[in-house]
Design a protein around this ligand. Structure first.
Ligand SMILES: Cc1cc2nc3c(=O)[nH]c(=O)nc-3n(C[C@H](O)[C@H](O)[C@H](O)COP(=O)(O)O)c2cc1C
Length: 195
């Protein structure tokens, strides 16, 4: 029926308009791809907020994520004095309808799998009751490492979600498994998890 597609899309847009996505950006080469993901999520009608690790800030400055996400960027340090009193990682964890870690470094996967809570992102992930989606991206050797694989298996068993990595050209120039998942596939997974 003519116009039926519009009705379906509009109801989904109304549904997602109330949904808030927290994107944890870590220190991997693929962190620039989080910018495309955020733009895609916002086009779908979702609101976005970024939390960066201090290593991610070595790759990209927070101001760019602030401009693209439309919200203030939360930074790694837990002990920054907020302008108004707020336990930032707890309120961030509560605001999230979903947390995406994109890219998820081997280091971040290991820290969360070990229950380490030593910065804004690890504390937020630990405190949230929202679904958490990891988007790993790393060199093939790192991805195939037995301990990294055990950490991923442990997180999956605990109910965390993963998409990718896929095979492709890696930052080191080699081809293989470890390339970050496409933004469109991640967005489909987000839609599934928040629906
Ligand atoms: C140039 C460069 C590129 C890196 N790329 C990756 C990567 O793609 N994936 C990864 O797991 N680690 C990568 N690392 C290592 C991480 O930056 C390092 O483990 C860091 O401690 C991660 O911190 P975070 O997980 O708290 O953000 C890279 C390091 C450098 C210097």
């Amino acid at each position: 029926m003519k116009g039926e597609g519009w009705r379906v899309d509009l109801s989904f847009t109304r549904f997602v308009m109330k949904k808030h996505v927290v994107i944890g950006v870590t220190g991997g080469v693929a962190c620039y791809k989080a910018l495309d993901l955020i733009r895609g999520l916002r086009r779908t009608g979702l609101s976005t907020e970024v939390v960066m690790t201090k290593e991610a800030e070595e790759f990209i400055r927070p101001i760019l994520f602030q401009a693209v996400s439309g919200n203030k960027v939360m930074r790694g340090d837990l002990f920054n004095l907020p302008e108004e009193w707020d336990v930032a990682h707890v309120s961030l964890a509560d605001r999230a309808d979903i947390v995406i870690i994109m890219p998820a470094t081997a280091n971040m996967i290991g820290r969360i799998a070990s229950g380490i809570c030593d910065d804004m992102l690890t504390c937020t992930v630990c405190a949230t009751s929202a679904p958490v989606l990891f988007v790993p991206a790393m060199n093939s050797g790192m991805y195939k490492n037995k301990i990294v694989q055990e950490n991923i298996a442990k997180l999956k068993k605990a109910g965390y979600h993963f998409t990718g990595p896929v095979k492709g050209k890696l930052a080191c120039g080699a081809k293989g498994i470890g390339h970050v998942q496409d933004a469109e596939v991640i967005i489909q997974e987000v839609r599934r998890l928040i629906a």
